[in-house]
Design a protein around this ligand. Structure first.
Ligand SMILES: Nc1ncnc2c1ncn2[C@@H]1O[C@H](COP(=O)(O)OP(=O)(O)OP(=O)(O)O)[C@@H](O)[C@H]1O
Ligand SMILES: [Mg+2]
Length: 244
């Protein structure tokens, strides 16, 4: 019994995200809508996990709870050993800024700023000097294959390039975890493949990635696929990751 417990604890220490009996009930007037109905999940350090499932099954809701962008109605989210419901709002902001990187379907870049300025935004509160921020932003843009595009504004970039700027921005403060909600949803298949390439390379460097996607062609690069339905994980498939 004692040994069993210690094995479980060891397992937990390998996990960057743990969800325990996670519920999210939206209330619209008198109507209650349970978007998540008791999710239990463990995401291990270094995993690349795909979350798939029909529209309305709760994928974005789950990612928003993992990212501390919203609070659960019931249950716990533990990020890197810390139960996030216990954190004050300034601690949550720090967690979002330092440990997590977000990538959304609609890129969410600031339209009047250049690519390099967009990437610098999350670093403003980091204590780096303007020169250091610029150098790091240039490095990150090079990492996502955007050498030569640093001065372009979002409307001077293709969708795939904009999403790669968004990934560089998500990496600004060297997060352990990237939460990506349909990162290729607005992209043609070639750009989608380029974006997945970037995410796959980051994962190889140790970044844990959780990606919601409708594109089943992309999940071959993921270690695990979680199939959601009606607010629950209906099934889970472990995969041997295909090399790119
Ligand atoms: N802010 C909200 N208020 C009320 N209901 C919501 C809210 N956000 C989501 N819902 C409902 O919760 C359910 C789950 O929504 P969610 O956005 O998580 O689904 P999803 O799996 O991401 O779908 P999609 O594939 O279309 O993005 C849906 O039925 C949705 O209508
Ligand atoms: Mg969604």
């Amino acid at each position: 019994m004692v040994q069993r417990q210690s094995i479980e604890e060891e397992d937990l220490s390998e996990c960057v995200i743990v969800a325990i009996d996670l519920w999210k009930i939206y209330r619209l007037g008198k109507v209650e809508y349970p978007a998540l109905r008791g999710i239990n999940m463990r995401i291990r350090r270094g995993e690349f996990v795909a979350v798939v499932g029909p529209s309305g099954s709760g994928k974005s809701t789950l990612l928003n709870l993992f990212g501390a962008l919203d609070r659960p109605t019931r249950g716990k989210v533990i990020i890197d050993g810390v139960e996030i419901s216990a954190l004050r709002s300034d601690q949550l902001a720090e967690l979002r800024n330092k440990k997590l990187g977000f990538v959304f379907q609609t890129f969410n870049l600031i339209p009047y700023m250049s690519a390099v300025d967009n990437v610098e935004v999350p670093m403003i509160a980091s204590g780096l000097s303007p020169k250091e921020r610029r150098a790091r932003a240039m490095e990150l843009l090079a990492l996502v294959g955007l050498n030569g595009f640093e001065k372009n504004r979002p409307n001077e970039l293709s969708g795939g390039q904009q999403q790669r700027v968004a990934i560089a921005r998500a990496l600004a403060n060297d997060p352990q975890i990237i939460l990506a909600d349909e990162p290729t949803g607005n992209l043609d298949s070639k750009s989608a493949a380029e974006v997945i390439d970037v995410l796959h390379n980051l994962n190889k460097k140790g970044v844990t990635i959780i990606m919601v996607t409708h594109n089943l062609g992309l999940i071959k690069h993921c270690h695990r696929v979680l199939w959601m339905k009606d607010g629950l994980v209906e099934k889970e498939v472990k995969q041997i990751v295909a090399e790119l």
